[in-house]
Design a binder for this molecule. Structure first.
Ligand code: FAD
Ligand code: SIN
Length: 528
């Protein structure tokens, strides 16, 4: 089968991918591929909202300062300014697309989250992501220049090594993707490829991220030769529901923003006073997550309590209808009592290194959204800055591609996927076991508080598993599970390697062996 050829190929149908698609579709034909369903990424799961300076008493400088404080100085100032100054326009565009943001006396209602010095979170109740995903998908569906193919799990990028007349260059020409229905691997080529494949949360046992967040984009870009940076900066959200049946339901930070208290479940002590008496529950996430982790370990607890029941029941139900309904279904009434919560992995701050034009190291490859490290988040992402990054960098990628269009050559003929590995694996159990093992040791050894010894233990496990997984990958027909396992292992390796290279504690990377913070903030950049 010959490759299917397009103007622009976009891998991922979340906020970053679809923003880029809509901007490009004004002049180009765009193909969007998604693993599983079109709404299967983190975008649809976002709760709290989108940060933007819209209040007369707020300023860009305030938002920039809050972002840099949360990021512990590792952010790149020019990126922070670039994104924050474009936030109001992004909200305007989303409103034009029909996102029904909550209103307050004719203005947008702004809620508050940790690390923000002002109310500046635009939202749709407590299910902002769903509204955004729906509006973007509706617009993309209605656009004749956009084709969306769900059920395509990209396996690897196509580069000069895959050209029929092998050039061996790192120029990216598209991607090989597993058709999840037929089991065939198909080749999709394009003049320009945008990677918007999201984060790698599922490398941890406990994560708020959806099932498909397996670091595919980061792993594919790394294998193709792109640098990745700051992979040790893994964000843990302080308040994931603790429930034996429901494993990854987020309780939005806005609950704390609207007055929720964190309490010791037995004594009722409001323990944030012992860790950050000024900012209390609204300290940045790394501070709150570490405080909860400390309480859990120190007192042998399973969880702590998040309590907003001192607010009027109508207020709670009006602000958090989705969470309220979900909890009621589990027998928890947040209007009358506390919610049991634990920290869980939430966001991948590191990723494929990009500039303000969203270009990666590889010619022909742009990247946007959670898959990237753009310099916005630094050592810790400020709440509700990531959807914003998707909109701003999705547009930036589209703009750069449009500006360079005449330089971008049509893709050459490329080799078909090597179908010599036709054997179906009869050992699916091996894949499942390895997947579980990675997630467990990453949680235990590469979690909220780290030590060099634990990181080295994780590295040893990864080395042992690498051989087994590569043998397996080389011998059997690819499946979604196998693609994801290989990528999870690659992501785990990058996280551990980056963590071992940082000899200080900064933001989300906290190690008992190097508790101090260096005077100068440096990125951890890994070169393939
Ligand atoms: P995603 O939305 O994750 O989309 C990734 C896309 O890539 C999907 O379409 C997926 O199918 C596709 N894909 C992945 N692998 C492959 C592959 N191999 N082949 C083909 N396609 C592939 N941020 C905020 O700013 N505000 C919030 O309130 C907020 N709340 C959150 C709540 C939760 C529970 C979670 C998990 C995250 C939250 N975040 C929030 C973070 C934010 O949602 C994400 O960072 C953002 O949506 C990422 O968007 P994206 O477009 O980069 O990727
Ligand atoms: C939340 O609603 O707490 C998530 C916000 C975010 O991750 O930015």
């Amino acid at each position: 089968m010959t490759a299917s050829q397009h103007d622009v190929l976009i891998i991922g149908s979340g906020a970053a991918g679809l923003t880029a698609a809509l901007a490009l579709a004004e002049t180009k034909k765009v193909l969007v591929l998604a693993k599983g369903g079109l709404d299967g990424g983190s975008t649809a799961w976002a709760q709290g909202g989108i940060a933007a300076v819209l209040d007369a008493g707020d300023t860009f400088d305030n938002h920039i300062r809050d972002t840099m404080v949360a990021g512990a100085g590792l952010n790149r100032l020019e990126t922070v300014e670039f994104v924050i100054e474009r936030a109001p326009r992004s909200i305007e565009r989303l409103t034009e697309l029909g996102v029904p943001f909550n209103q307050d006396s004719g203005d947008l209602h702004l809620t508050r989250e940790g690390g923000h010095s002002h109310r500046r979170i635009v939202h749709v109740d407590d299910a902002t992501g769903w509204a955004v995903q729906e509006a973007l998908l509706n617009a993309a569906n209605a656009n004749p220049n956009i084709t969306m193919l769900p059920g395509r799990a990209c396996v690897d990028l196509i580069t000069g090594r895959n050209e029929d007349t092998y050039s061996g260059s790192g120029r990216v020409w598209g991607a090989y993707a597993l058709n999840q229905k037929t089991g065939e691997v198909e080749a999709y080529t394009a003049r320009a490829t945008i990677l918007a494949a999201g984060g790698t949360g599922r490398v941890y046992q406990f994560s708020t991220a959806p099932r498909g967040a397996t670091g595919d984009g980061i792993a594919m870009a790394w294998r193709a030769g792109a640098r990745v940076s700051n992979m040790e900066m893994m964000q843990f959200h302080p308040t994931c529901l603790y429930n034996l049946e429901v494993k990854n339901f987020l309780i939005t930070e806005a609950v704390r923003g609207e007055g929720g208290h964190l309490l010791h479940p037995e004594t009722g002590h409001r323990f944030m006073a012992d860790y950050d008496s000024e900012r209390m529950e609204l300290a940045p996430r790394d501070v709150v997550a570490r405080a909860i982790d400390d309480q859990i370990k120190r007192y042998g607890l399973d969880y702590v309590h998040l309590d907003i029941s001192h607010q009027p029941p109508e207020f709670v139900k009006e602000h958090f209808p989705t969470i309220h309904d979900k909890l009621m279904g589990l027998g928890i009434d947040m209007t009358t009592g506390p919610i049991p919560v634990v920290p869980a992995q939430h966001y991948t701050c590191g990723g494929v290194l990009v500039g303000l034009d969203a270009r990666t190291d590889l010619p022909g490859l742009w990247a946007a959204g959670e898959v990237t490290e753009s310099g916005l988040h630094g050592a810790n992402r400020l709440a509700s800055n990531s959807l914003l990054e998707c909109f701003v960098f999705g547009e930036a990628a589209a703009r750069d591609i449009a500006e360079r269009w005449d330089e971008l050559k049509a893709p050459p003929p490329v080799r078909e996927w090597d179908e010599s590995r036709v054997t179906d694996s009869d050992e699916e159990v091996v894949v499942k076991q390895n997947w579980t093992e990675i997630r467990r040791f990453m949680w235990n050894y590469v979690g909220i508080v780290r030590t060099t010894k634990r990181l080295e233990r994780a590295r040893n496990r990864i080395e042992m598993m690498n051989k087994e997984v590569e043998d397996y990958y080389g011998s059997f027909r690819v499946t979604t599970d196998l693609i994801e396992l290989r990528n999870l292992l690659q992501a785990a390796e990058l996280i551990v390697e980056s963590a071992l290279r940082r000899h200080e504690s900064r933001g989300l990377h906290y190690t008992l062996d190097y508790p101090e913070t260096d005077d100068v903030a440096r990125d951890t950049v890994l070169v393939p």
